[in-house]
Ligand binder design. Structure first.
Ligand code: ADP
Length: 493
């Protein structure tokens, strides 16, 4: 069983669809055969019974009508039945049959009385079947059958199965009469054999058609999947230029689009990875070259063994370490392992002390940092991460401020939030670069010399921290007009 299941799972979609469709047709055919052969008789019987019952109702409704005779004739002809009306003395007052050998004609008086009283006991109606010389009402066999008044057999052996329906009817004048309707319940043999021959033809046509249909559908469905599969195999080998252009139906179109999108995204990641390696190695190489150069000079030339050179080595080593810790930070932030340590703190104080510390460092370069605020503001956030954000923005403002070395930090106290702006009057950013500067290792000008250390991932760290805080952040900038980097935080009171 397991083996069959495994084999089924390993089948190609083409064959699977083919088998399913074929199975579906086989089931349809089996149902058709069952209905046309095994169940045909019972169907025919129940249809016939319903027809007779509805005819009996029509007759009983028109029992006092003048045209009753014509009506009975019509009904008898159209429904292939034999109709007899018997008066209260059990004498037939009217009889009509659309066929010869109506068995009601041969019925004995005792029997008529027996049937009328049975119908009375049964709420006014009685349904019986004649088959193999027995007349049955449910499970009860009529004891008066099959002999007639003369003691002879009533119906010949050849008479097919017959249904007898008895209904007592009350006329307007209070007289009770009884309606007998009988009709054959076995379909005509010729019809059955015609149906069987037809069924054989239908089966052959269905098998051929379904095989053809299954073949066409399975081909149509499987072709685009096969083509996507082969393109995906190319993609898995690292060829990101592969095209997914299979079309045919909605799901395949969507899959094609998703895979095309994946391929472009993968190619972006790939080029980002290359860029990243190039950037990191470039950024690492510069301080390393300096460190090696100065150390060598200090070792070989006694004059160079001085404080300034040692200081340069120290600064470059610090730069390297900052670079490495930034790179670690961003990978941690972007891998989602970092959790925020949210607590209430004085944001204004934090900004102020950061500004003072950095001002001290860049004072010699002629930079001035202005802090504008109205009142002290408390926020609920991760203090060290917000400090990192602010530090990165401030360092960038210094790095890109060019000749106008004035930097303004604004704290705007809004109703529920506080907005921080870090504004420089430097080179600004081109419109097309605005959305890209938040990407890891993206630099507008690859050769820009920073006055301060810069790892190339400062803004990417800012972005990740802001996303973790679920807060708004952004930049307003124009080329040559300076930049305004801003972010919001929710106030705690
Ligand atoms: P970097 O170490 O290169 O400054 P960042 O991620 O901090 O890395 O910044 C990414 C890029 O955004 C920078 O290379 C620069 O082109 C641009 N940028 C950032 N801040 C400013 C600013 N204040 N003015 C102009 N350009 C900026």
């Amino acid at each position: 069983m397991k083996k069959i299941k495994r084999n089924l799972n390993n089948l190609s979609i083409k064959w699977k669809i083919f088998y399913y469709l074929f199975g579906f047709c086989a089931i349809l055919l089996i149902i058709l055969w069952l209905f046309q052969t095994t169940f045909l008789e019972s169907f025919y019987k129940s249809i016939k019974l319903n027809q007779i019952k509805s005819n009996a109702t029509t007759i009983s409704k028109n029992i006092d009508n003048d045209n009753l005779v014509d009506l009975i004739k019509d009904i008898s002809m159209s429904s292939d039945s034999c109709i007899v009306i018997v008066d209260k003395n059990s004498e037939a007052t009217y009889e009509y049959s659309s066929y010869r050998n109506c068995m009601l004609n041969d019925i004995s008086l005792i029997q008529i009385e027996y049937l009328i009283s049975k119908a009375n006991d049964n709420g006014g109606e009685l349904i019986g079947y004649y088959d193999k010389n027995e007349l049955k009402f449910g499970n009860i066999i009529d004891p008066n059958y099959p002999f007639n008044n003369d003691g002879n057999y009533v119906v010949s052996i050849e008479t097919p199965q017959t249904l007898i329906y008895v209904k007592n009817i009350l006329k307007d004048n209070g007289e009770q009469i009884t309606l007998f309707i009988s009709s054959f319940t076995t379909p005509v043999n010729a019809t059955i054999s015609t149906l069987r021959i037809q069924l054989i033809y239908i089966t052959i046509i269905m098998v051929v058609l379904s095989a053809l249909l299954a073949f066409i559908i399975s081909k149509k469905v499987s072709k685009p999947i096969e083509s996507i599969n082969s393109s995906a195999k190319v993609l898995s080998k690292g060829n990101y230029d592969v095209k997914f252009d299979s079309k045919g139906y909605k799901e395949i179109n969507e899959l094609s689009e998703t895979l095309s999108y994946t391929a472009t995204e993968l190619s972006k990641v790939e080029s980002l990875r290359r860029e990243l390696i190039a950037n990191i190695s470039h950024d690492l190489r510069t301080p390393l070259t300096l460190i090696a150069g100065y150390a060598e000079a200090m070792r070989d030339l006694p004059n160079e063994n001085n404080f300034e050179n040692a200081q340069i080595i120290l600064e470059e080593a610090n730069r390297l370490s900052a670079l490495v810790s930034d790179a670690l930070d961003i990978s941690k932030l972007q891998s989602g392992v970092v959790e925020l340590d949210i607590e209430e703190f004085n944001l204004t104080k934090l900004l102020d002390s950061s500004i003072k510390r950095i001002s001290e460092l860049v004072k010699s370069g002629g930079y001035s940092i202005l802090f504008e605020y109205d009142n002290e503001v408390y926020v609920n956030a991760d203090e060290s991460k917000i400090s990192q954000v602010f530090y990165n923005l401030l360092i960038n403002a210094i790095n890109y401020s060019h000749d106008d070395k004035e930097i303004i930090v604004k704290q705007k106290d809004l109703t529920d939030e506080v907005k921080i702006d870090v504004i420089d009057k430097g080179e600004g950013i081109d419109k097309e670069d605005l959305s890209k500067i938040w990407d890891r290792y993206y630099k507008v000008d690859k050769n820009h010399k920073r006055s301060f250390s810069g790892s190339g991932i400062g803004l990417s760290i800012v972005k990740s921290i802001m996303i973790l805080h679920k807060t708004k952040y952004g930049v307003d900038s124009e080329k040559g007009q300076g930049s305004d980097f801003w972010f919001y935080l929710k106030k705690s009171k």
